[in-house]
Write a protein that binds this ligand. Structure first.
Ligand code: ATP
Ligand code: ATP
Ligand code: MG
Ligand code: MG
Lengths: 225, 225
């Protein structure tokens, strides 16, 4: 479903050039559950942003469901992002003055439907925030904000879920509960790509790809016990 | 050095009241290395903000070095925060348009000194960001932003370091390097209080306090092997 060929990303800051990604090749098939690991600054979020159609590569090609993304119009890209994908950002990217309930309803603005509010409530209950619906980000703990970001990414039933360190701000138990949600969605056929630096989380995925200095350096299946 | 007695924090949102902290008693002595753990939303950041003089309790008393903090003037509080304490925020709280080098120099504005820039460079090199000095937050990875926040907290040589999940965004190895920095500072006599949900990090501290639903429920020494 995702095919990345020779993708490079270079940031030009005038005095220096940062090669955030170097010649990355990667194929992701429908229904996979993949962990993306690697040191801080190795290019994981950069790749997630390119795959999530939030950023463009400097070089190389990216095919999503057989269509070359650089051939898509702005509208097509926006529709793909909104309908096919759910994205959990590493820093949550919540609107600062918006309640949890409204944050989670945002992706449904275009898909519409009468039951937006009840679907948003369901999504927030599923991540344990049923009693925080009207709290704004400053009225939520770090882990609670992360869970709002997850609920928002899942509410439109996307087929492709991109999660950039979705358990980073959570204690072990809340992290395991979130992982169980992702595993259940994967069992329903959703494709899940998760950046994580936690070994337990990676062990619950079926494939691990590793980055180092902008390059993909390892790609291995997880042994099932 | 820190004495917290019967501290409670209640948020009144009109329709609901959230008891973020309930009757917390805690003593922290000079030179301790303490891990603060507990589920998401259990009150850890709230307590850190009160101890860090960034917020006030609704009830109870807090003595810092023998002085009751509620008797301090705004100026005295500001001076304490700036000189005695280094605070690493759970969400880093970096200025969005400011380079790493300037972010780290901010705490030194009042303490002044000719060597501000070289001290900031040293602090950034110590966390592995010597080659990212002029990058702004949007030009840094999540883990790099976290490390800028740590460098900023340490640059003024504070005697009390409060770190709210300082390794949350870091891969295992960068996290271990950061922990080694904290251990070295503690060996020099600095008092360190660290919120973490990572067991390895907690095991490297000498005391673990645990929160649940706003209450302190456990306080134990870490067995030295
Ligand atoms: N806009 C930018 N301008 C310049 N350099 C950038 C920019 N964005 C990212 N970088 C650099 O690109 C590299 C890769 O960043 P990326 O965010 O992908 O890392 P990461 O693997 O997600 O790290 P982390 O685990 O810390 O989140 C980093 O070294 C970073 O400094
Ligand atoms: N301004 C506020 N108004 C209302 N409730 C708040 C406010 N700030 C925090 N809370 C609530 O207080 C509780 C404690 O929050 P706190 O940030 O201390 O948790 P935490 O232990 O740091 O959690 P995490 O591990 O997720 O960061 C949470 O349930 C949160 O929803
Ligand atoms: Mg990242
Ligand atoms: Mg917190």
């Amino acid at each position: 479903v995702i095919s990345v060929r020779d993708i490079s990303k270079i940031y030009d800051l005038g005095s220096t050039r940062v090669h955030a990604l170097r010649h990355v090749d990667l194929d992701i098939h429908r229904g996979e559950l993949i962990a993306v690991m690697g040191p801080s600054g190795s290019g994981k979020s950069t790749l997630m942003n390119i795959i999530g159609c939030l950023d463009q590569a400097s070089e190389g090609d990216y095919w999503l469901d057989g269509v070359n993304v650089s051939d898509m119009t702005e509208d097509e890209l926006a529709r793909v992002r909104n309908r096919k994908m759910g994205f959990v950002f590493q820093q949550f990217n919540l609107l600062p003055r918006t309640s949890a309930l409204r944050q989670v309803q945002l992706p449904m603005i275009y898909s519409g439907g009468e039951d937006r509010e009840s679907r948003a409530i369901e999504a927030l209950k599923a991540v344990g925030l049923g009693d925080r619906l009207d709290h704004k980000p400053t009225e939520l703990s770090g882990g609670q904000q992360q869970r709002v970001a997850v609920a928002r990414a899942l509410v439109n039933n996307p087929t492709l879920i991109m999660a950039d360190e979705p358990t980073g701000a959570l204690d072990t138990r809340s992290g395991q509960e979130l992982l169980a949600i992702f595993q259940r969605l994967n069992a329903q056929g959703k494709t899940i790509v998760m950046v994580t630096h936690e070994y337990d989380v990676a062990m619950h995925c079926r494939r691990i790809v590793r980055f180092k200095d902008g390059r993909l350096v390892a790609d291995e299946s997880v042994e099932q016990p």
